[in-house]
Write a protein that binds this ligand. Structure first.
Ligand code: 2HA
Ligand code: ZN
Length: 270
């Protein structure tokens, strides 16, 4: 057995949580990540028949049965992951009934998966239906995106169009746009179901007055997706109170579509 702390998925998770903290997106215990792992890769590092604990998940996700995830722990600080990955992270396998999770490694202080586990697992289910290569669901609290939900319309077309207009690369990075949920109580199955449903049509889902969810094929891509949206929101928050003199027009957006071979979400451009 190789040392799981040297596994590429572990190294990347530690780097990503550290970087997200450095960006100011994960104050205190804010934020959570789940990364779908390849079974063969997990078996290089862990005895997968050695189950440490079994948790009830409180929801049913039969399509994830037998799947392995590396997941941040509830109440844990991203700031601390690099110093004690075995306390702050866990490797879980969803049981055959789809309603429990077996702990195979981690949460060594007796801890548990993130309180947003329902939103994560339900989002994985939906993203895998539209993109079999999806591996990551990432949640965090980036300041400018959050600020924007206080002063901008929450209409999804309007919100997306504003972000696209703030940086030239936005429409290229997230042509599927940004879906938006109104304020809802976090940590519940209800917000999990609502998030997962929004994940069917976009890889970014804003939780108003709370933060954002991103999904993607690896940690780098998902981080970059949130980073780009947050940059656009930052520009918006710098200019929203000033007279707008210039913008990126829809005609120019169509040039970007052509040049970068992307298709903007249907009905979002004139
Ligand atoms: O894990 O961010 O939404 C802490 C949170 C809850
Ligand atoms: Zn949160």
């Amino acid at each position: 057995m190789k040392d799981v702390l040297t596994a590429p998925f572990m190294v990347e998770m530690i780097r990503t949580t550290t970087n997200m903290y450095a960006h100011g997106w994960d104050e205190r215990n804010g934020g959570n990540i789940s990364l779908l792992l390849d079974e063969a890769e997990v078996k290089e590092y862990l005895e997968t028949d050695r189950v440490l604990r079994t948790y009830e998940t409180g929801f049913s996700a039969p399509s994830l049965a037998g799947k392995y995830f590396l997941v941040t722990g509830t109440g844990k600080y991203f700031k601390n992951v690099q110093y004690a990955p075995d306390v702050n992270l866990g490797i879980l396998r969803i049981t055959e009934d789809g309603e429990h999770a077996d702990l195979l490694w981690g949460y060594t202080d007796g801890g548990k998966f993130t309180s947003e586990f329902p939103a994560h697992m339900m989002s994985h289910v939906e993203r895998l239906k539209v993109d079999p290569d999806n591996r990551v669901v990432m949640h965090c609290h980036p300041g400018n995106l959050l600020a924007m939900t206080y002063v901008h319309s929450l209409d999804e077309i309007a919100f997306t169009r504003t972000l696209w207009q703030m940086c030239t690369e936005c429409i290229v990075v997230f042509p599927d746009g940004v879906n938006v949920l109104p304020w809802m109580l976090c940590g519940t199955n209800e917000i999990g179901i609502a998030t997962a449903e929004k994940m069917r049509t976009a890889r970014l889902v804003v939780w108003s007055q709370h933060g954002i969810y991103g999904a993607g094929k690896d940690l780098d891509e998902t981080f970059g997706l949130i980073e780009t949206a947050e940059k656009a929101a930052e520009i918006y928050m710098k200019i929203a109170h000033l007279p707008l003199v210039n913008t990126i027009t829809d005609e120019q957006m169509h040039l970007l579509e052509e040049r970068f071979n992307v298709k903007a979400r249907e009905g979002y451009l004139n």
